[in-house]
Design a protein around this ligand. Structure first.
Ligand code: NAD
Length: 361
């Protein structure tokens, strides 16, 4: 039955770490990889995901199959569902929450602004409310975003830099998340680590991200839009490979201190941290396209357009000194290498329907 599946999935299997982790957004891109990595180490993992249709839900279902094969149960539900979350914490004493469920993407806010508020603000608060009252309180590691640096930040971005000019509603909700988690940290003693991911890419990635739909459209011979910044300046991203991000997430979980409250009351000062997880080597979108051209062996049909003023910043570049020091975070994957792995996955996933059942890793 349901409760048995929840318990079994969350049970620590073996290994030195012994964490019991609730992973929200487990059937998402990052959630799938983090869950698999935790399970490989023997940690207990329970997933939660609402399988929304922001992008192809069948890709989320394929990831779920992959997780199920590894013995990870993904509960279908929403982080706004207080009763469901309370029930999960009644059944399992989670030591950690890896909170990855969110409305991601910058441009979709023009179509559906409410989904950002529902998942990234209301859902976050709901989750924190349940965590604050849980006994024991879990330590929380969650995904913020490089987008909090917004406009006019100096590069490379470091954690102490200003974050008061979000360029999109998405960025604003992530910034709000940082303030909200800080509040729960000092009022209720929750241990909180926020990770500002920089443009994560790789196998099982998100179809709404440029590297993914460029590959798809280039293979179909369709035109792709390549944006340039003001005065024909280069648009560049600090592309970070998924395996590097996963190591950063595990580093954050392993170094998270315990929360210091019980039953909603704080007993002592609790840990609050924020880290950049990037690659420290921005690559222009033009260069991204030329790497894809070589890997896919096709010539891109490019249309160069000015960057729309709808939330995309022209440039991102992480300073990762803090994560290097505190989390032993060390990205090692160059964009060429990571994209090669993405292209290999993409070709097999979309060429053979049998493989969609999760045998392509
Ligand atoms: P994703 O969309 O693939 O994963 C998010 C998952 O959460 C999805 O499977 C979705 O169904 C689920 N979800 C969304 N709202 C939910 C809700 N209310 N209740 C339950 N489940 C819900 O995105 P991702 O790329 O894996 O991103 C993971 C996290 O990292 C997100 O918080 C995102 O904002 C953040 N982030 C990602 C990137 C990146 O480049 N991928 C960069 C910066 C930050």
């Amino acid at each position: 039955d349901w409760e048995l599946r929840v318990r079994q999935s969350a049970r620590v299997k073996h290994g030195a770490h012994g964490l019991t982790v609730l992973v929200t957004g487990a059937s998402g891109f990052v959630g799938t990889h983090v869950s698999m990595a935790l399970r490989r180490r023997g940690d207990g993992v329970l997933g939660l995901d609402n399988f929304n249709n922001y992008y192809d839900p069948s890709l989320k279902r394929s990831r779920q199959k992959l997780l199920e094969r590894a013995g990870i149960f993904v509960v279908e539900g929403d982080i706004n569902d207080r009763d469901l979350l309370t029930k999960l914490f009644d059944v399992v004493a989670f030591t950690h929450v890896m909170h990855l469920a969110a409305q991601a993407g910058v441009r979709y806010a023009m179509e559906n602004p409410k989904s950002y508020v529902n998942s990234n603000i209301a859902g976050l608060v709901n989750l924190l409310e349940v965590c604050k009252s849980a006994n024991p309180q879990p330590s929380i590691v969650w995904a913020s975003s490089s987008s909090v640096y917004g406009l006019n930040s100096k590069v490379p971005f470091s954690e102490k830099d200003r974050t008061d000019q979000p360029a999109s509603l998405y960025a604003a909700t992530k910034k709000a998340g940082e303030e909200i988690t800080h509040t729960y940290n000092h009022i209720y003693g929750l241990s909180i680590t926020g990770l500002r991911f920089f443009t994560v890419y790789g196998p099982w990635g998100r179809p709404d991200m440029a590297y993914f739909f460029f590959a798809k459209d280039m293979l179909k011979g369709k035109q792709i839009k390549v944006f340039e910044g003001p005065n024909h300046s280069t648009v560049a991203r600090d592309f970070t490979y998924i395996d590097d991000i996963v190591k950063g997430c595990l580093g954050a979980l392993d170094t998270a201190k315990k929360s210091t409250g019980t039953g909603g009351k704080k007993k002592g000062p609790a840990q609050f941290r924020i880290f950049n997880l990037g690659n420290t080597s921005p690559v222009s979108v033009t260069e991204l396209v030329s790497i894809l051209e070589k890997l896919l062996k096709v010539k891109a049909n490019k249309k160069v357009l000015p960057l729309p003023r709808n939330g995309d910043v022209p440039f991102t570049h992480a300073n990762i000194t803090l994560a290097q020091k505190e989390l032993s975070y060390k990205p090692t994957t160059a964009l060429q290498t990571g994209l090669k792995k993405f292209v290999r996955w993409y070709s097999s996933y979309y060429s053979d329907s049998k493989k969609k059942s999760g045998s392509v890793w």
